[in-house]
Ligand binder design. Structure first.
Ligand code: PLP
Length: 439
């Protein structure tokens, strides 16, 4: 099939996520290697979003490709009740890698299922049913995780089941300019404690957070928030669930983002970077005190593809590469380069409002005037953002352009030179957005 026929067949016979069929313009991707993706007509794009913030080790890593070929000669499937070498190897490795007593794992197919099962584990182990989460969040597209999700993707999936209570973020959409981290943290936690009081602490099983908010803004928590939240939830026996589907596995320059705050969640969810998305796999990790509940009590949860041996083997190979090739250290090191490049963009372009990053997890917000009015409103768009996106693609850079912002989340193997190459393309593209800045 030629490129046009591929696009047409995909459009005719498949639905694309979060898109209307007549409006979606799929990118024809033929192959990918390292930090680059290639199209059928000789196009090459620097992947500045690791596809869906998920290909952490870069594309088609030869060591993993070989491990996948080897794994194909072994056990390809076993029912969830089986004890397999691959399941034993990965679970033991994860127990070793995850901090503290996060020692027990339930394997899923991806992030939403990890969160879905984290809800079950929290409810069943505490005997409580309410779940708290935050508005600026995305936790997945299954029924329950849509109710956890605060962002507008939830709306069309309402009404959901009862028992989900969403609260304000420590960094709301309209930033508390002029306030320092201590004040923001203190105010937010005081408000949260009041919500807990009104809802009844004895009814709340857990609070879910994205340790660093992902799609809703790449927002690291304000100083003191993670420690304060941990202490507050402990006072009421409410479990803390860190959703690190996007922020985990080195993205922020540490293995897990909660390690920046020196806390330990009761439950940790992961996916994406666990296999760098080479195959679908997610996991829920629980601490010993949660796991112990299921010594005598049945865990009411199950999946046909639970602990899939092929996926377990691929995860092992991906973790070898991530850890042995120093990619987490590279993410921490490249943060300085990204910060410098973002600062340079802000100095040069009136349309750049602010850039933020932690590790290789970054975003730049654009503005419509010099006083900081967003280029696009919450859940909205501006025609210039589509024009800017087209420029990036036409000039060799793929990323996610979201509302009035764009993402900077390349694979963790990116070199300084490649990172600067990406920002040079963005720099030229921003001349388009500068033109619409008023005042
Ligand atoms: C923080 C977070 N949680 C959960 C999910 C859902 O993961 P999946 O798409 O694998 O179901 C995502 C996906 O982007 C995510 O970013």
């Amino acid at each position: 099939m030629d490129a046009r026929s591929v696009i047409d067949a995909c459009l005719q016979h498949t639905l694309f996520s979060w898109s209307a069929r007549d409006k979606v313009k799929p990118l024809p991707v033929e192959r990918a290697q390292g930090v680059y993706m290639y199209g059928p007509d000789g196009q090459r794009w620097l992947d500045f979003n690791s596809q869906l913030m998920s290909v952490n080790i870069g594309h088609s890593h030869p060591r993993v490709v070989q491990a996948m070929k080897d794994a194909a000669d072994g056990l390809l499937y076993a029912f969830p009740g089986a004890a397999t070498q691959a399941r034993a190897d990965l679970a033991t490795r994860l127990a070793d890698l995850c901090p503290g007593d996060l020692n027990t794992f339930f394997f899923t197919l991806g992030g939403a299922e990890a969160n879905e099962n984290a809800i079950k584990l929290a409810r069943q182990s505490t005997g409580r049913f309410k779940i708290l989460s935050r508005y600026r969040s995305y936790h997945g597209a299954t029924n329950a995780t849509m109710q956890l999700t605060g962002d507008p993707r939830r709306w069309a999936n309402e009404p959901g089941a009862p028992g989900f209570v969403r609260v304000m973020d420590p960094r709301p959409y309209h930033y508390s300019f002029g306030r320092d981290d201590e004040e923001i943290t203190e105010n937010n936690l005081r408000y949260l404690e009041e919500v807990i009081m009104y809802e009844g602490p004895h009814t709340i099983a857990a609070m879910f957070i994205e340790t660093v908010t992902g799609t809703n803004g790449i927002l690291p928590p304000p100083r003191g928030y993670l420690q304060g939240l941990r202490a507050l939830l402990d006072r009421y026996g409410i479990l803390l669930v860190c959703d690190e589907v996007m922020a985990g596995w080195g993205r922020t320059g540490k293995l897990f983002a909660f390690q920046h705050g020196d806390i330990l969640p009761d439950i940790l969810t992961m996916a994406k970077g666990l296999t760098s998305s080479y195959v679908p796999l997610g996991a829920v990790a629980v601490r010993d005190h949660v796991a112990r509940h299921f010594d005598q009590n049945v865990f009411y949860g199950g999946l046909t593809y639970n602990a899939h041996p092929f996926a377990m083997n691929v995860a092992m190979a991906c973790l070898d590469v991530l850890l042995e090739e120093g990619m987490i250290e590279n993410a921490a090191k490249m943060e300085g380069v990204m910060r410098q490049e973002m600062g340079r963009l802000q100095a040069r372009h009136p349309s750049v409002k602010e850039g933020r990053c932690i590790g290789l997890f970054g975003m730049v917000d654009l503005q419509r005037d010099r006083k900081g009015k967003e280029m696009a409103p919450y859940n909205g768009s501006h025609p210039v953002m589509a024009e800017f996106n087209k420029y990036l693609l036409d000039n060799g850079l793929f990323t996610m352009v979201h509302w009035g912002s764009f993402m900077c989340n390349p694979p963790l193997c990116i070199t300084e030179e490649q990172l600067r190459e990406g920002f040079a393309i963005i720099d030229r593209g921003l001349e388009i957005t500068d033109r619409v800045v008023e005042g």
